[in-house]
Design a protein around this ligand. Structure first.
Ligand code: BDR
Ligand code: CA
Length: 313
């Protein structure tokens, strides 16, 4: 079977790392490259983390393209308080051997979208800065992408970085606005769906304890973020992991609804919020298929497969 080509735009980040490992482990997909942006932490760290993760996974042939080092217009706070100052739990891992590719992430995506026109699956796990830039450079991009899956938003206003906004959208609302208004239809996996798909901390400890070098690496880089969550919530959540599961196995989506989603750009309290017109009867119109429920057993299956390590390329 032909493997589906995948481009991942990301800001690793502990949950990004799990999502990337899931994609690498999928027998039905081929990861063509990673585009990296600033988000959870600065671009130097997110790029280095992406390269390191691929090396630990034995997949250093996958190119890492550094992209935007800041949001399009306004700088905002990062998420180092969750992911660690280096984005990977500050464990002091040995420096990666590899280097990023020469091409900017936005240009690399445009190039791949030409080469794999009509086949490419694009998954975004971070702020939408690189994708917005690619769209501005080439508004024909959506027509060449088979499917776009976005992790972002809080569709009834229960945010995580502010009371009403989710981190990936709030970090660069203008970029999200550009993507949401230009892309005719994308799958949206928001923070509220993430909250419905948590795991027990004990189960997760067991999974990372059972694997080899890769699982141990993941156990170490995620330790601080798991402790952070344990102090605040009854379960551990992997927003990017859920988005990737949706991307890799759309058949396991159990509930979704198609709606128009807009991004609030102004406002004192609501900047970066995602507004959904819930009052209108569902009519199949709208830019986003909002994923509400995914098969939890399949999600767990993907996580365990990811931690076991990818099959050879
Ligand atoms: C999103 O924000 C980031 O901190 C995570 O990596 C994820 O992409 C969840 O709101
Ligand atoms: Ca992320």
């Amino acid at each position: 079977m032909e493997r589906m080509p995948v481009w991942i735009d990301t800001d690793p980040g502990v949950d990004d790392a799990l999502a990337i490992l899931m994609a690498l482990a999928s027998p039905r997909h081929r990861v063509l490259g990673l585009g990296v942006a600033a988000g959870n932490v600065g671009l130097v760290h997110t790029t280095r983390n992406a390269i390191k993760l691929l090396e630990v996974a034995g997949r250093s042939e996958v190119p890492v393209h550094a992209g935007c080092d800041r949001p399009l217009l306004h700088r905002g706070p990062d998420a180092a308080f969750v992911h660690g100052r280096d984005g990977f739990g500050d464990v002091g891992y040995a420096a990666p051997r590899g280097r990023p590719a020469n091409t900017h992430a936005a240009l690399a995506l445009l190039e791949l979208s030409q080469r794999h026109a009509g086949e490419l699956l694009v998954v975004t796990l971070g702020p939408l800065t690189n994708l917005a830039l690619a769209l501005r450079l080439d508004p024909g991009l959506p027509a060449r992408v088979a499917r776009l899956v976005v992790m972002g938003g809080a569709v009834t206003g229960r945010g995580n970085i502010t009371p009403s906004a989710e981190f990936n959208i709030a970090f660069d609302p203008e970029a999200a606005h550009i993507v949401f208004s230009a892309w005719p239809r994308f799958d949206l996996v928001d923070w509220e769906a993430t909250l419905r798909h948590g795991f027990g901390f004990d189960a997760f400890d067991r999974w990372v304890g059972e694997g080899g070098e890769l699982a141990r690496f993941y156990r170490d880089i995620s330790r601080a973020s798991r402790a952070f969550s344990a102090a605040r919530a009854g379960a551990w959540h992997s927003a990017d992991g859920l988005a990737m599961a949706v991307a890799l196995e759309p058949e396991a989506v159990l509930e979704s609804t198609v709606r128009q989603v807009e991004v609030e750009l102004g406002g004192q309290l609501y900047r970066g919020a995602t507004r959904v017109d819930w009052g209108r009867p569902e009519d199949g119109e709208g830019n986003a298929r909002i994923v509400q429920r995914f098969d939890q057993e399949r999600f767990v299956g993907w996580i365990r497969t990811a931690l076991a390590g990818p099959p050879s390329a």
